[in-house]
Design a protein around this ligand. Sequence first.
Ligand code: NAG
Ligand code: NAG
Ligand code: NAG
Length: 345
Amino acid sequence: MKTRHVPLLFSFVCAISGLSLNKPSLPLSTETVTQFGNPTWIENIAVRSNGDLLITELLPKPILYAVIDPASSAPEVRLLHDFSAEEVPVEGLTGIAEISHDVFVLVGGSAATLSFYAWSVNFTSTHRPLVRKVADLKHVKLPNGVATLPGSSSSVLIADSLGGLAWHLDIRTGKSVVAVQAPEMAFPPNETDPSRRVGINGIKVHKGLLYFSNSNSRSIYKVKIGKHGICDPSAGVRLVGRLPDGVSFLDDFAVRDGGRRPTIFATTSSDNRLWALALGKRPVVVAGEQDKLTLAGVTAAAFGRGLRDKDVLYAVTSGGVGKPVNGSLTEGGKVAKIDLSAFWL
Ligand SMILES: *[C@@H]1O[C@H](CO)[C@@H](O)[C@H](O)[C@H]1NC(C)=O
Ligand SMILES: *[C@@H]1O[C@H](CO)[C@@H](O)[C@H](O)[C@H]1NC(C)=O
Ligand SMILES: *[C@@H]1O[C@H](CO)[C@@H](O)[C@H](O)[C@H]1NC(C)=O
């Protein structure tokens, strides 16, 4: 008699402890950190070691902003640099990543004249950051995500969404060489939808592996890279995960350490949702809804680096201007935060 009650009691205890562990129901709630006017397409995000966020604007203007103390109740937004005042044509900014302590590299330019550039933004010397053009990206067809290369203070990797490859840029010489080129970084040549003619998009280096997203195939891949960020040609590209067919796009992503199976938090732009995926796990929606403005046009995400926000994911959005919610609804791009301290895939 007694033993027959054990499974019942066990499941009851599990239910209770499930509650007390606060296993969150999905999608998780989001909170707006700051929001810009409509239309504003925020494209990418990097986080300073002091916890401030750096965010790049794709349209209507090529502006770099900082969000000071994003975990506080009243974060301050500061315009750091308007690149439309540069002597070269700049319409929008895309990727940004830290290259060495408090020095960041960002990319942008003009899709109309097909001219793209990289700049360094140096916070180490003065109160105002020092902005310097470091390269003409002559061979890059469409620079998108930028990745920090641990162990190098002078180079970054740059995803080329149209070229279907990753470049290695040395900011001392301004020269780019091909770091990795693989079929998994391209889109099919017969792709006719211009919004889907995007291959490799986001890139991050994590524990000696280059993780990258392919927007067209809604997939995350990884490939081993050498010390200098150049791919060993014999290293194979491996699929980490793919979002379901119904998802139209996979944009940039953030990596959270998880031993041998880090979790990827993938943004989806026109799908308006944040997904989590990991090798061997089924992808799940973490936040946002397809027909809501919650994460409308979510373009990129990064974890906090402050004392209070290491489990907080900051996501940036376009407000849905690329593909309005329900066909007609947009809002100003924003920075939203999602507390992931209780979320594990
Ligand atoms: C950043 O500024 C500091 C101080 O002026 C300088 O020593 C350093 O070389 C700069 N770094 C880069 C990458 O420009
Ligand atoms: C492109 O070609 C592939 C392989 O032939 C085919 O499966 C796919 O449907 C085509 N896509 C488009 C957009 O025509
Ligand atoms: C979009 O339409 C659906 C279905 O009518 C509705 O539930 C949803 O709230 C709408 N979204 C917004 C942002 O109004």
